[in-house]
Structure formats: structure tokens, C-alpha cells
Ligand binder design. Structure first.
Ligand SMILES: Nc1nc2c(c(=O)[nH]1)N[C@H]1C(S)=C(S)[C@@H](COP(=O)(O)O)O[C@H]1N2
Ligand SMILES: [Mo]
Length: 441
């Protein structure tokens, strides 16, 4: 049984034929070639009624842009059972895939209740902490080693880091032609505080051979087919990432046992990379003498075209690369989209920004659809690979409907694009600017 939001019907309509969608929804006319919209009086007033204010910078508003105010949604079913806030959005309930609206990601450290959930298979039902072991083996270790949970907790030094985990498919809902899979909008990202031992310290016990190339994880979730022998997902990272200080075998999240749905009792956590490399319910790590080839490492899984392609193009495997560090991105976490202000009221907007393995260098916001940008203030990260808090004070020239857009720039000078970047068949790596609706009346 699949649950899909009706919001996606609207998004789909915009994705397949934005011009027609504009016309249907708002009676808006636009030039199909330049895609510069212009709203006839009738369209303008229809839009104003729906949005609760006229669009002040209507002349700058691209055609086919779904007003951010309409990107609201919600599904309160099933959430309590998984310990999630009722404001989260259930995209799919078999397996559970749940995303978080941007305004519920305002905390510096994301609490469990507001954390997106992504499962490729079924969550394990029974976990015996007394017999649980983590094994390290593979062609590129000197010796196979196993550790009990107690070994891990008592024989190695503990480290705690805040780490951004973002699903590689976050933002997928905006690709056109559409990509199959969970239609994540912006909320498949979180920054929790993970505690555990360094993977590096465990690998040292196994003795990493010179020919080591990659590590691959194995967890205990059950394949959707019910076949106990079938591996759901087994991904990993190159040795360089595996040996970093921040790459942990975690046994705690936000100071407590990891919640069952998020990987209890043990999880590989490698921040800044697609969250799919952070294996839940971790039982085994294989040190490979080649790029790991477990399920969802091969074919077109978590891969994007090396060179940009025209949307809809079929790209052969040898022209795809495995996603590594995630691109620069940001969220507006306050206010909630749709906020109302009184005339003259200033607005303090804020959010988080992150940039995969890199840091965020600058943050900008715009209230005129990206025509002009104001520099926001930006804090350094709590530790490497944690997201960074940004904020800005905005003033609005007159009554009406506005959108606040946010754009981060990483330490190498890459900024977020204003529109959906690099089309790819699986809908990965959409780091387009986040935007919210604000009304002054
Ligand atoms: N064992 C296991 N690990 C897994 C997955 C899974 O299905 N099984 N999903 C991966 C994917 S695709 C993502 S985005 C993250 C989601 O982590 P979360 O559910 O804790 O938010 O877990 C990753 N680790
Ligand atoms: Mo993912």
C-alpha cells in the first residue's frame, strides 16, 4: 500500500507542463520560449486570492514556478508509532519513508522526533544487544575481527560529532522529466549528534592491507521480498573517507541509544556524503580490494552523469560517477512558509547551510526572486561536517506576497543554483535554492 501526497499531483502538473499548469491554476499567460511569465490582470488577482496577497515582484517571477505557499502538505498517520512529530510527511509506508518540513528542522541538533526516515527494506523487529557483534573482514584485511557492543563501548575511545546526513535523492520531486522513487522535497536531511568509535580504530585491529580500496557495510534489515538471504542495501566509501576522524561506528545518537528505526544498536556514520553510505543495523564491514559492489553500489544507483546531459537522456553506466561529497545547500527553517507580517515589520529569517565535505563560506537571501541578494550572517560549524547556522534581517517595501530565497556558497566558491540543476534519471543532488512564502498585510 503506497501513500502519496496530493501535493505531488500539483507538482507533477507543473513538472510536466508548467505553462499549462499556470494557466489552469491561475489563468496565467507566459511565453513558452523565454518562460518569462506575465500575469494578466485576471491571473494576478486569482493568484492574489489564493496566496492571500498580490505578488509584489510579479514581474520577476519565473513562469511555471509553483508558489512556495502551495508546497504545503501533511500526513498525520503512522507518525506517532514511529516516534515522529505529527508535522512530518509520510511519503510511503512500506517501507517507511518520512520527510520533515523545513520549519521543523530549525534545531541546531535535529531531535529524533523531527528526523527524516528512509528505509529501503523492513526495519528489523528483534535486536539482541547481548549477542550483537560487528565483524570486520574482506579481501583487504590481515585478519577477520569481531567486536561485541561491550567491546566497542569499553575498549576504544569515544568521539562525538554533529554530522549532516542528507539523502542523495533529497529534492527529487522537482526533476523534470520526473524521477521515480520517494518524492522528497527539501526535508530528507538532518544533523544529529553521533557518538561512537572511529572506524579507523577498528580497521587498525583488523590490519588494513595495501590493496584496500573501499569499505562496504552490511546491516540486518529485511528485503521487501521477505527473502532473508537477500541483502537490502550494501554501500560504502573509499578508504580515504573511511579513515577520516569523523567517520564513526556509532552506538548513540543525541546522547541516547540510536532509535530502532535509525539503526539501533550500531550504525556506520559518514557525514557529508549521501546518507545511503551510513549503514543502519550494522553487523559487518568488508574491506574490499576494489570499489564495493554490494546492492545499490552498482548500475545507476547513487550515480550521476559525469558530464551534464539533456533532461531525459539515457546515460550508459561508464558515463556515470558514484556520488561522493554532497553539494552545497541550505534551508530556511524560520519562519514557516506562509508567514504573515504586519506592514513595516522586520523579519529575522534563519536556517542552516552545509556543503558535503567542505564548509559554507557565504550565505545570501533574496526577496525579489533572485534579482538582488543580501548577505546573511553565518556561523562556523560546531565541528567539521556539521551544518552552519545563518540568519538575516529583512524588510519588505510594501504589502503583498513575497518569497524569501536562500543561497549558500561553499569554500570553493560553488553556489546553489536558483533552478533545478543537472538532470539525472534517478533524481539525485538537487541543491536548488530553498524558498518560502511571506505575506505582508
Ligand atoms: N541498513 C540500511 N541502512 C541504510 C538504509 C537502508 O535501507 N538499510 N537506507 C540508507 C539511506 S538511502 C538513507 S537516506 C539513510 C537514512 O537514514 P535515516 O533513516 O536514519 O534518516 O540511511 C541509509 N542507511
Ligand atoms: Mo537515501
Amino acid at each position: 500500500m503506497e501513500k502519496t501526497r496530493t501535493l505531488f499531483d500539483l507538482q507533477r502538473l507543473y513538472a510536466t507542463d508548467p505553462i499549462e499548469a499556470d494557466r489552469l491554476v491561475f489563468g496565467r499567460e507566459s511565453d513558452p520560449v523565454t518562460r518569462r511569465g506575465f500575469l494578466r490582470n485576471a491571473g494576478l488577482s486569482a493568484m492574489a486570492v489564493v496566496l492571500g496577497g498580490s505578488v509584489v515582484f510579479a514581474k520577476d517571477m519565473p513562469a511555471g514556478l509553483i508558489p512556495a505557499l502551495l508546497l504545503e502538505g501533511g500526513d498525520e498517520d503512522l507518525l506517532a508509532k514511529l516516534g515522529k512529530d505529527k508535522g512530518l510527511i509520510v511519503l510511503n509506508d512500506k517501507p517507511f519513508n518520512i520527510e520533515t518540513p523545513a520549519h521543523l528542522l530549525d534545531d541546531d541538533v535535529t531531535p529524533e522526533t523531527r528526523m527524516f526516515l528512509r528505509n529501503n527494506g523492513l526495519i528489523p523487529t528483534a535486536v539482541d544487544v547481548n549477542t550483537w557483534t560487528l565483524t570486520i573482514d574482506g579481501e583487504a584485511v590481515e585478519r577477520k575481527v569481531s567486536f561485541s557492543l561491550k567491546d566497542l563501548k569499553t575498549k576504544f575511545s569515544h568521539h562525538t560529532y554533529r554530522l549532516v546526513l542528507e539523502c542523495g535523492g533529497n529534492g527529487r520531486a522537482e526533476f523534470d522529466p520526473p524521477a521515480e522513487g520517494n518524492q522528497w522535497t527539501v526535508g530528507a536531511v538532518q544533523c544529529a549528534e553521533w557518538t561512537g568509535v572511529r572506524l579507523r580504530d577498528l580497521l587498525e585491529k583488523a590490519g588494513v592491507k595495501k590493496n584496500a580500496v573501499y569499505i562496504g557495510y552490511y546491516g540486518t534489515d529485511t528485503h521487501l521480498s521477505g527473502d532473508q538471504d537477500k541483502v537490502v542495501i550494501s554501500r560504502g566509501v573509499p578508504m580515504g573517507k573511511a579513515l577520516e576522524d569523523e567517520t564513526l561506528i556509532a552506538f548513540a545518537m543525541n546522547g541516547k541509544d540510536i532509535p530502532l528505526a535509525h539503526g539501533f544498536p550500531l550504525r556506520l556514520v559518514a557525514g557529508g556524503w549521501p546518507a545511503s553510505v551510513s549503514g543502519k543495523w550494522l553487523k559487518r564491514i568488508a574491506v574490499r580490494d576494489k570499489v564495493h559492489d554490494g546492492p545499490k553500489m552498482t548500475g545507476d544507483s547513487y550515480k550521476v552523469p559525469i558530464e551534464p546531459v539533456e533532461p531525459g537522456t539515457e546515460v550508459p553506466e561508464e558515463k556515470l560517477r558514484i556520488i561522493e561529497s554532497m553539494p552545497v545547500k541550505s534551508l530556511i527553517t524560520y519562519p514557516k512558509s506562509g508567514a504573515s507580517l504586519v506592514p513595516g515589520q522586520k523579519l529575522n529569517v534563519r536556517g542552516h547551510a552545509w556543503a558535503g565535505d567542505l564548509a559554507v563560506k557565504e550565505m545570501h537571501v533574496s526577496i525579489d526572486f533572485g534579482t538582488t541578494w543580501l548577505k546573511a550572517s553565518l556561523l562556523p560549524p560546531h565541528n567539521r561536517l556539521a551544518w552552519q547556522r545563518w540568519s538575516a534581517e529583512l524588510t519588505f517595501p510594501k504589502n503583498g506576497y513575497y518569497e524569501v530565497w536562500a543561497r549558500a556558497t561553499d569554500s570553493e566558491g560553488h553556489s546553489q543554483p536558483m533552478v533545478v540543476p543537472g538532470w539525472n534519471a534517478k533524481g539525485y543532488l538537487n541543491n536548488a535554492c530553498h524558498r518560502i512564502a511571506v505575506r505582508v498585510k
